[in-house]
Ligand binder design. Sequence first.
Ligand SMILES: Cc1cc2nc3c(=O)[nH]c(=O)nc-3n(C[C@H](O)[C@H](O)[C@H](O)COP(=O)(O)O)c2cc1C
Length: 170
Amino acid sequence: MQNTIDTIYDRRSIRKFTDKEVNPDLVDEVLRAGLFAPSGYNRQPWDFVVFNENDIIKEIKEMHPYSSSLATAPVCIMVCGDTQKELAEGFYQVDCSAAIENMLLAAKALGLDTCWMGIYPWEEVMAAFSKRFNLPENNKPFALIALGYGDEKKERPKRYDTTKIHYNKW
Ligand SMILES: Cc1cc2nc3c(=O)[nH]c(=O)nc-3n(C[C@H](O)[C@H](O)[C@H](O)COP(=O)(O)O)c2cc1C
Protein backbone atom coordinates (compact mmCIF):
# COMPACT_ATOMS: atom_id res chain seq x y z
CA MET A 1 0.00 0.00 0.00
CA GLN A 2 1.28 3.49 -0.90
CA ASN A 3 2.16 5.93 1.84
CA THR A 4 -0.37 8.70 2.39
CA ILE A 5 1.62 11.59 0.95
CA ASP A 6 2.49 9.76 -2.28
CA THR A 7 -1.13 8.65 -2.58
CA ILE A 8 -2.26 12.28 -2.43
CA TYR A 9 0.27 13.39 -5.07
CA ASP A 10 -0.26 10.42 -7.40
CA ARG A 11 -4.08 10.28 -7.43
CA ARG A 12 -5.36 11.33 -10.84
CA SER A 13 -8.75 11.45 -12.51
CA ILE A 14 -8.75 8.34 -14.67
CA ARG A 15 -11.25 8.03 -17.50
CA LYS A 16 -10.24 4.72 -19.06
CA PHE A 17 -10.36 1.45 -17.14
CA THR A 18 -9.36 -2.14 -17.83
CA ASP A 19 -12.01 -4.86 -17.77
CA LYS A 20 -10.60 -6.28 -14.53
CA GLU A 21 -13.32 -6.61 -11.92
CA VAL A 22 -12.93 -5.02 -8.51
CA ASN A 23 -13.07 -7.42 -5.58
CA PRO A 24 -16.15 -6.53 -3.44
CA ASP A 25 -13.90 -6.40 -0.35
CA LEU A 26 -11.92 -3.58 -1.96
CA VAL A 27 -15.11 -1.71 -2.84
CA ASP A 28 -16.18 -2.14 0.77
CA GLU A 29 -12.84 -0.77 1.99
CA VAL A 30 -13.30 2.32 -0.21
CA LEU A 31 -16.83 2.87 1.13
CA ARG A 32 -15.57 2.40 4.67
CA ALA A 33 -13.00 5.16 4.09
CA GLY A 34 -15.82 7.44 2.95
CA LEU A 35 -17.75 6.72 6.13
CA PHE A 36 -14.73 7.76 8.18
CA ALA A 37 -14.64 11.30 6.74
CA PRO A 38 -15.01 14.37 8.94
CA SER A 39 -18.37 16.18 8.79
CA GLY A 40 -19.90 19.25 10.41
CA TYR A 41 -20.88 18.32 13.97
CA ASN A 42 -20.28 14.69 12.92
CA ARG A 43 -23.67 14.58 11.22
CA GLN A 44 -22.40 12.22 8.46
CA PRO A 45 -25.12 13.43 6.05
CA TRP A 46 -24.27 11.01 3.24
CA ASP A 47 -25.42 7.81 1.56
CA PHE A 48 -23.52 5.82 -1.06
CA VAL A 49 -25.27 3.89 -3.83
CA VAL A 50 -22.99 1.31 -5.47
CA PHE A 51 -23.58 0.27 -9.07
CA ASN A 52 -21.65 -2.76 -10.29
CA GLU A 53 -23.82 -3.96 -13.15
CA ASN A 54 -22.81 -2.99 -16.66
CA ASP A 55 -26.29 -2.08 -17.92
CA ILE A 56 -27.04 0.39 -15.15
CA ILE A 57 -23.59 1.98 -15.39
CA LYS A 58 -24.15 2.50 -19.12
CA GLU A 59 -27.55 4.04 -18.39
CA ILE A 60 -25.97 6.41 -15.86
CA LYS A 61 -23.37 7.39 -18.44
CA GLU A 62 -26.20 8.59 -20.70
CA MET A 63 -27.62 10.68 -17.85
CA HIS A 64 -24.42 12.61 -17.12
CA PRO A 65 -22.86 14.96 -19.69
CA TYR A 66 -19.22 14.53 -18.59
CA SER A 67 -19.02 10.86 -17.71
CA SER A 68 -16.69 9.35 -20.31
CA SER A 69 -15.05 7.37 -17.48
CA LEU A 70 -18.24 5.32 -17.16
CA ALA A 71 -17.73 3.82 -20.62
CA THR A 72 -15.24 1.39 -19.07
CA ALA A 73 -15.55 1.70 -15.25
CA PRO A 74 -16.69 -1.59 -13.65
CA VAL A 75 -18.03 0.21 -10.56
CA CYS A 76 -19.78 3.55 -10.04
CA ILE A 77 -20.65 5.04 -6.66
CA MET A 78 -23.34 7.71 -6.36
CA VAL A 79 -22.86 9.92 -3.31
CA CYS A 80 -26.04 11.52 -1.94
CA GLY A 81 -26.37 14.26 0.67
CA ASP A 82 -29.08 14.38 3.34
CA THR A 83 -30.64 17.78 3.94
CA GLN A 84 -32.30 16.50 7.14
CA LYS A 85 -29.01 15.39 8.68
CA GLU A 86 -26.68 18.21 7.63
CA LEU A 87 -25.69 20.71 10.33
CA ALA A 88 -27.09 23.67 8.39
CA GLU A 89 -27.88 24.49 4.78
CA GLY A 90 -24.77 24.10 2.66
CA PHE A 91 -23.04 21.59 4.91
CA TYR A 92 -23.96 18.38 3.08
CA GLN A 93 -22.03 19.49 0.01
CA VAL A 94 -18.91 20.13 2.07
CA ASP A 95 -19.31 16.91 4.07
CA CYS A 96 -19.93 14.78 0.97
CA SER A 97 -16.85 16.29 -0.65
CA ALA A 98 -14.75 15.19 2.33
CA ALA A 99 -16.20 11.68 2.05
CA ILE A 100 -15.49 11.57 -1.67
CA GLU A 101 -11.88 12.67 -1.29
CA ASN A 102 -11.42 9.99 1.39
CA MET A 103 -12.74 7.40 -1.08
CA LEU A 104 -10.56 8.62 -3.96
CA LEU A 105 -7.45 8.43 -1.80
CA ALA A 106 -8.36 5.08 -0.26
CA ALA A 107 -8.94 3.66 -3.73
CA LYS A 108 -5.56 4.93 -4.90
CA ALA A 109 -3.84 3.45 -1.85
CA LEU A 110 -5.49 0.09 -2.67
CA GLY A 111 -4.17 0.15 -6.25
CA LEU A 112 -7.43 1.36 -7.79
CA ASP A 113 -8.25 4.46 -9.82
CA THR A 114 -11.17 6.85 -9.76
CA CYS A 115 -12.84 9.82 -11.37
CA TRP A 116 -15.08 12.25 -9.46
CA MET A 117 -18.04 13.51 -11.51
CA GLY A 118 -20.13 16.30 -10.08
CA ILE A 119 -23.93 16.13 -10.14
CA TYR A 120 -24.56 19.05 -7.76
CA PRO A 121 -25.07 21.97 -8.48
CA TRP A 122 -26.57 21.16 -11.89
CA GLU A 123 -30.26 21.22 -11.12
CA GLU A 124 -31.33 19.38 -14.27
CA VAL A 125 -28.85 16.55 -13.71
CA MET A 126 -29.81 16.36 -10.03
CA ALA A 127 -33.49 16.14 -10.97
CA ALA A 128 -32.80 13.35 -13.47
CA PHE A 129 -30.91 11.25 -10.89
CA SER A 130 -33.48 11.90 -8.17
CA LYS A 131 -36.26 10.74 -10.48
CA ARG A 132 -34.47 7.71 -11.96
CA PHE A 133 -33.46 6.33 -8.55
CA ASN A 134 -36.57 7.43 -6.64
CA LEU A 135 -34.49 9.30 -4.10
CA PRO A 136 -36.36 10.55 -1.04
CA GLU A 137 -37.00 14.32 -1.06
CA ASN A 138 -34.27 14.98 1.53
CA ASN A 139 -31.57 12.87 -0.21
CA LYS A 140 -29.87 14.86 -2.96
CA PRO A 141 -27.66 13.26 -5.63
CA PHE A 142 -24.29 14.99 -5.18
CA ALA A 143 -21.64 13.23 -7.28
CA LEU A 144 -20.55 10.03 -8.99
CA ILE A 145 -17.26 8.19 -8.57
CA ALA A 146 -15.99 5.89 -11.32
CA LEU A 147 -13.92 3.10 -9.77
CA GLY A 148 -11.71 0.45 -11.32
CA TYR A 149 -8.21 -0.38 -12.54
CA GLY A 150 -6.89 2.42 -14.72
CA ASP A 151 -5.95 1.75 -18.33
CA GLU A 152 -4.12 5.07 -18.77
CA LYS A 153 -1.08 6.51 -17.06
CA LYS A 154 -0.89 10.10 -15.88
CA GLU A 155 2.19 11.83 -14.54
CA ARG A 156 2.25 13.61 -11.21
CA PRO A 157 1.44 17.24 -12.21
CA LYS A 158 3.31 20.35 -11.07
CA ARG A 159 0.91 22.06 -8.70
CA TYR A 160 3.14 23.37 -5.96
CA ASP A 161 2.31 27.05 -6.52
CA THR A 162 3.71 29.12 -3.70
CA THR A 163 1.73 32.21 -4.81
CA LYS A 164 -1.34 30.45 -3.36
CA ILE A 165 0.15 30.21 0.10
CA HIS A 166 0.00 33.09 2.56
CA TYR A 167 1.57 33.33 5.98
CA ASN A 168 0.23 35.61 8.69
CA LYS A 169 -1.28 38.05 6.15
CA TRP A 170 -2.76 37.89 2.61
C1 LIG B 1 -16.40 18.95 -7.98
C2 LIG B 1 -15.74 18.19 -9.11
C3 LIG B 1 -16.48 17.86 -10.21
C4 LIG B 1 -15.89 17.13 -11.25
N1 LIG B 1 -16.67 16.75 -12.30
C5 LIG B 1 -16.11 16.00 -13.28
C6 LIG B 1 -16.95 15.49 -14.33
O1 LIG B 1 -18.15 15.74 -14.39
N2 LIG B 1 -16.37 14.69 -15.26
C7 LIG B 1 -15.03 14.38 -15.23
O2 LIG B 1 -14.58 13.63 -16.11
N3 LIG B 1 -14.22 14.86 -14.25
C8 LIG B 1 -14.73 15.64 -13.27
N4 LIG B 1 -13.94 16.07 -12.24
C9 LIG B 1 -12.49 15.76 -12.23
C10 LIG B 1 -11.65 17.00 -12.57
O3 LIG B 1 -11.75 17.26 -13.95
C11 LIG B 1 -10.18 16.73 -12.14
O4 LIG B 1 -10.14 16.54 -10.74
C12 LIG B 1 -9.26 17.87 -12.50
O5 LIG B 1 -9.15 18.00 -13.92
C13 LIG B 1 -7.86 17.68 -11.94
O6 LIG B 1 -7.28 16.45 -12.36
P1 LIG B 1 -6.83 15.31 -11.33
O7 LIG B 1 -8.08 14.84 -10.62
O8 LIG B 1 -6.23 14.24 -12.17
O9 LIG B 1 -5.87 15.90 -10.36
C14 LIG B 1 -14.51 16.78 -11.19
C15 LIG B 1 -13.78 17.11 -10.05
C16 LIG B 1 -14.38 17.79 -9.01
C17 LIG B 1 -13.58 18.08 -7.76
